[in-house]
Design a protein. Structure first.
Length: 283
């Protein structure tokens, strides 16, 4: 089980993000790649890129998304929050029992993949304190400068960012007009690596101009005590949508997914990593 080092925890607390390049094993990466191939084949990902008006879907660039994922779409991804090491890591970063409240995939097709403009997650989730939320971004394929990897503004969680409607997406908001891009840190993350980041950190991704697709899987967590604190996001979120990672209320997502998924991750990885889809998915 991969545990955060003191230096990594300090980076998260100080800079607002930390990169763990070796979080997942090779067979887990193969399984994630295969599952995303299945979701694509089943038409589950939709293009959210628009032509600048925030409404008209682009036919030239593509930012493919599925949100939320969950069951019945993917048992593998639904079980991911209880994979060994994830509850421990999220609880360490949030300093208490935590809940998952969202998951999503963004896939940038080869040569025509669109980026996601600068924003903070807390502009969507409205926590009273961005330190109460953690994003977990998983590089499903190698993520680098050429294919539009993640970019962060260090320590940007220490200030507030005004957002406006993003004309390049059918539903996103952005703070790009306020960003000094000379301050950005571009992080290259190998497949299976993870970026953990504070909800208040400004981040974005670039376009994919390479000959291969690139996908990122994002999970979103908040400190569980915020449920009782009634942060604005939780006022709008039905209790059954909250998936506790640990603590007395944890039931492996049964309330949300209909079954206890603790322990399901390893079985799904074995099934998918040995399936016929993997050879193509790993190319």
């Amino acid at each position: 089980m991969r545990i955060l080092t003191p230096a990594e925890l300090e980076s998260f607390n100080t800079e607002g993000f930390v990169i763990i390049p070796d979080f997942f094993k090779a067979e887990e990466v193969i399984a994630l790649q295969a599952e995303i191939g299945v979701l694509q084949a089943n038409g589950k990902l939709n293009n959210i890129a628009t032509i600048g008006d925030g409404k008209t879907t682009s036919s030239e660039v593509f930012n493919l998304q599925i949100c939320p994922i969950g069951l019945p779409n993917s048992r593998l991804i639904a079980s991911l929050p209880w994979r060994e090491g994830i509850p421990e890591t999220i609880n360490t970063l949030l300093r208490g029992d935590s809940v998952q409240h969202l998951d999503q995939i963004f896939l940038k097709p080869a040569k025509h993949g669109a980026g996601t403009n600068w924003h903070t997650d807390n502009a969507y989730f409205h926590s009273t304190d961005p330190r109460y939320g953690v994003g977990m971004w998983i590089a499903v394929h190698d993520a680098n400068r050429a294919n539009g990897t993640m970019r962060f503004i260090p320590r940007s969680h220490l200030q507030m960012w005004e957002h406006e409607r993003d004309g390049d997406s059918n539903h996103h908001i952005t703070c790009k007009k306020q960003i000094d891009q000379s301050q950005e840190v571009l992080v290259e993350v190998p497949a299976g690596g993870v970026a953990f980041f504070n909800y208040g950190v400004a981040h974005s991704t670039g376009p994919n101009t390479t000959a291969r697709e690139r996908a990122g899987l994002a999970l979103h967590f908040m400190l569980g005590t915020n449920v009782s604190l009634q942060d604005p996001h939780f006022k709008e979120t039905p209790p059954e949508n909250l998936r506790w990672l640990s603590g007395a209320q944890c039931n492996g997502g049964k309330t949300y997914h209909g079954e206890d998924l603790r322990g399901a991750w390893n079985a799904e990885v074995t099934r998918l990593s040995s399936s016929g889809n993997c050879a193509a998915a790993a190319v």
